[in-house]
Design a protein around this ligand. Structure first.
Ligand SMILES: [Zn+2]
Length: 210
């Protein structure tokens, strides 16, 4: 069975924030981790942690990032995760970072204008899946599961946990048979790359010079 064309109404959009959003994404790309509240306070010359916290809370309300409810620390900023995930991405000339899901990993090279090397595991059988920027990947049959989106769904909690690589369409179908409650579709790798590009290409640096 072949994988399908991407569903036209897949609509994952990450709201683009201002300078703080850019700082958060750039800190992840430079260090592999989110900035601390102290770093944010310093960078934006904010007097108190409360003011810095209010800035971050606004970014969270917009849906660009997620925070730890306990201490307000930034845990996720699409496409990055501050906590380890099964999608490790080595940035060319930079650190290793964790992506929230397969499409987030595939979108990183477009967002950062940098080559990446993605290492993940097939969610069906655990076999290692590797991919360079767009071209080289292994196994040759790699596919991505994308769950159905619904009005108001939150990518981090509703989509990302199942948005994984599979080593082959057959392996994905096997997984789906044991998880019949999961609704969605298998994407060919090239279509998953296109989705990642569409979601992330203009998130950090706009293409304003043609
Ligand atoms: Zn597999």
């Amino acid at each position: 069975m072949t994988e399908q064309e991407p569903n036209a109404d897949v609509a994952i959009t990450i709201p683009r924030g201002g300078g703080l959003h850019q700082f958060v994404l750039e800190t992840f790309a430079a260090t592999g981790h989110s900035p601390t509240m102290d770093q944010i306070r310093e960078r934006f010359s904010v007097e108190t942690l409360e003011e810095a916290d209010a800035m971050v809370a606004e970014l969270e309300r917009a849906g660009s990032i997620h925070r730890n409810p306990g201490d307000g620390a930034i845990t996720h900023a699409y496409p990055f995760s501050n906590e380890p995930t099964s999608h490790r991405v080595r940035l060319a000339g930079g650190p290793e970072v964790f992506a929230m899901c397969a499409i987030d990993a595939l979108g990183m090279p477009f967002m950062l204008r940098r080559d990446v090397d993605i290492a993940s595991a097939c969610a069906g059988c655990g076999v290692e899946v590797r991919g360079g920027r767009v071209g080289a990947h292994a196994p040759s049959d790699v596919t991505v599961w994308l769950g159905d989106t619904s009005e108001g769904c939150v990518a981090a909690t509703d989509l990302c946990p199942d948005l994984n690589f599979f080593c082959s369409p057959a392996c994905r179908e096997g997984w789906n048979r044991t998880h019949p409650e999961k609704r969605g579709e298998g994407l060919r790798l090239e279509d998953a790359v296109s989705q990642g590009r569409r979601v992330f290409e203009d998130l950090l640096y706009a293409n304003d010079d043609g």
